[in-house]
Design a protein around this ligand. Sequence first.
Ligand code: GDP
Ligand code: MG
Length: 172
Amino acid sequence: MEDYKYLFKVVLIGNAGVGKTCLVRRFTQGLFPPGQGATIGVDFMIKTVQIGDDKVKLQIWDTAGQERFRSITQSYYRSADALVVVYDVTSFESFRCLPDWIKEIEQYASNKAITVLVGNKTDLIEDREVSLDNGTNFASTHEMRFLETSAKEADNVDKLFLDIAEELTKRV
Ligand code: GDP
Ligand code: MG
C-alpha cells in the first residue's frame, strides 16, 4: 500500500497549445512526447514527491482539450489546492488571454488555493514574443508566483511542482 502524508490537487489551465500536457508528462513520466501531445486519456496524473521528512502525493489535473470550449466546470476548480496558469512565451496571444483565466479562478476556485503563473517553451529563444518582464509584472500584479519553464528541455519543471508541494505542505 502506498503511504503518503499529504495529498494535494494541482490544476493546470491556460490556452490550448501552451504545453500543459507536456509539462505534466515531463514531471510525472520524464517524457517529452514528440509531435502533438494532445489528450492523455485520463483526467489526472499522480506523482509522489519527498518534501523534507514527508511523502507528498500530487494529483495533477490537466484540462485535456476542454480549454477551447470554455466548458471547464466549477467542480474542476473547486477542490484545487494550487492552480497553475500556463502561457506560451512564443505566443503573445496566450499571454493576452491570461485575464480570462484569472477571472475563472476568482469566480470558481477557493481563495485559499495558491496560484502560479508559468511561461512555457523558453527553449524557443528566437520565437519569443513575451518577455521575462511581461511575465514578472503580470504575476506581481495578480499576486501569483512566477516561473518560466521548458517542458522540452526539462527546465524548471521539477522546480515548478516541487515548490508547489513545499508551499502547500508548509500551509497545512
Ligand atoms: P496543451 O494544449 O496546453 O496541453 O499543450 P501540449 O502539451 O499539447 O503542447 C502543445 C504543443 O507545444 C506540442 O506540439 C508540444 O510538443 C509543444 N510544446 C510543449 N511544451 C513545449 C516546450 O517546452 N518547448 C517546445 N519547443 N515545444 C513545446
Ligand atoms: Mg493538453
